[in-house]
Each structure stands twice: as C-alpha cells, then as structure tokens.
Design a protein around this ligand. Structure first.
Ligand code: 0O2
Length: 209
C-alpha cells in the first residue's frame, strides 16, 4: 500500500511522516547490516565501511518542493520528494557497490523506483555515486506501507570528494570560481584512479589467499 498521509493538522502529520520514514530507514539499515555480516562470514571481509542515515529536514523538503514548483503540503512532500529518508552506504571497493546494490534489490519485499549510476556516468562536476530509490514495507499496527528510501552507495574516496564538493557548493551557493571547479574535476579523476588501483591490489591479494 502506497503511503498517503492522513489529513490531520500539520504538526501531527509531520510527526507521522517522520515516524514512517525513520521506520523505513531502520528496515533498510537492518537489511544492509545483515548483508554485510553474511558477506563477511562467506568472504572474510566487510564490503561496507559504514552507513549514515538521515531524515531530510522540513526546511530542505520545503526548499525542494518550491524549487520544483509544487505547493508545500504534506501530501506533496511524500509524493514528490524521494529522499525524505536517505541512507548512505560507504564501501571499500567499487565492485562492492554493485554487489551490495544487487543483493538488496534482489530481496522480494524491495521495489526499485529508480536507479542512477553516476559511477558509469559521472556528473559534469565529477560527482560519482550509485543512487537507488526503493520502497520498503513498513508494518504498522493496522496497515503495511510501502515507503520510499533513497540509497546512495559510494566508496570511501568518492565520499571524501563528495563531502568537500558539497561544502564548496553551499559556500559559493552553487557558483564556485572556475579554478576551484576545475581542480575538483581533477581530484575526481584522481579518486577514480585511486579506486581502480585499490581494487586491483585487493583482487591480487585475494587471489593469493
Ligand atoms: P542534499 O543536501 O544532499 O540532500 P531527486 O532527489 O531525485 O529529486 P536529483 O537532483 O535529480 O533530484 O537527484 P540526484 O541527482 O540523484 O541527487 C540526489 C542527491 O545526490 C543530492 O541530494 C545530493 O545529496 C547528491 N548529489 C547529486 N549531485 C551531487 C553533486 O554534484 N555533488 C555532491 N556533493 N552531491 C550530489 P540533494 O537533495 O540535491 O542535496
């Protein structure tokens, strides 16, 4: 059942939205932890370095709705903002990103809404990450809701780059000086080289075992 918030007063509705989305984050977080533990059991290493999750602030949601020309109502938040619940999965190697994504989307209760592979097709900024929007069932006392969660999967190096670029983006309100943008693109290339080298080193080590 698609999640459509009940029409109550705004404060009550926002609290319900937070409850529903934080439950969805717990469901996805647990699935990822189980996959990581099982992977470590079978392959003797953890593909996931760490996981960060957050509920988008009401201010950011309102900003996104306004940017896309929607009225700022609770039903519009749920309908048009796909990343109210966001989880970021930081992996050791690029190959782990695809493994984790595949293992997760193969689960029968997960429905894939969209996939954006910014590793295969990086943004002009140099941004690389694998984005999935999925729905996960949340079992409440009287209903089961399919709730959207945005999952960003990237390597430690990609995450390092994205964090700095995000800070710069906000500092200059999207208009960073050209030389900084250029250097960021160069750094993104170094990140790709580093990820490729670390992956091939790891594969060599694994083959020796
Ligand atoms: P914030 O502040 O991180 O929450 P959609 O979310 O699908 O409606 P969009 O922009 O098409 O809109 O989705 P996309 O491209 O999948 O990007 C979603 C999120 O990815 C962004 O959320 C960022 O977190 C991250 N992201 C995308 N592009 C970049 C980039 O060039 N640099 C960095 N550092 N992060 C990026 P928000 O809501 O834009 O921002």
């Amino acid at each position: 059942m698609e999640y459509i918030p009940e029409m109550k007063d705004d404060v009550d509705s926002w609290q319900e939205v937070q409850l529903v989305y934080s439950s969805a984050l717990k469901e996805i977080g647990t699935k990822l932890e189980i996959l990581n533990d099982e992977f470590a059991h079978v392959h003797q290493y953890n593909p996931i370095e760490h996981i960060k999750s957050r509920i988008k602030s009401s201010e950011s949601i309102v900003k996104k709705l306004r940017k896309n020309g929607y009225e700022t109502t609770i039903p519009n938040m749920v309908k048009y903002v796909n990343d109210i619940a966001g989880i970021r999965v930081i992996c050791s190697f690029t190959s782990d990103i695809y493994r984790i994504a595949e293992m997760l989307i193969n689960q029968s209760d997960i429905k894939v809404v969209s996939v954006k592979d910014y590793i295969l097709n990086p943004k002009d900024s140099g941004y690389k990450s694998y984005h999935l929007i999925v729905t996960v069932p949340v079992f409440l006392s009287d209903r089961i809701l399919d709730v959207k969660v945005e999952i960003q999967i990237r390597t430690v190096a990609m995450d390092f780059w994205a964090s700095l670029e995000h800070k710069i983006h906000y500092k200059f309100e999207g208009n960073a000086p050209e030389h900084i943008k250029r250097e960021l693109v160069e750094c993104a290339m170094m990140v790709s080289d580093l990820d490729a080298k670390m992956l091939s080193l790891n594969e060599e080590i694994q083959s020796l075992k």
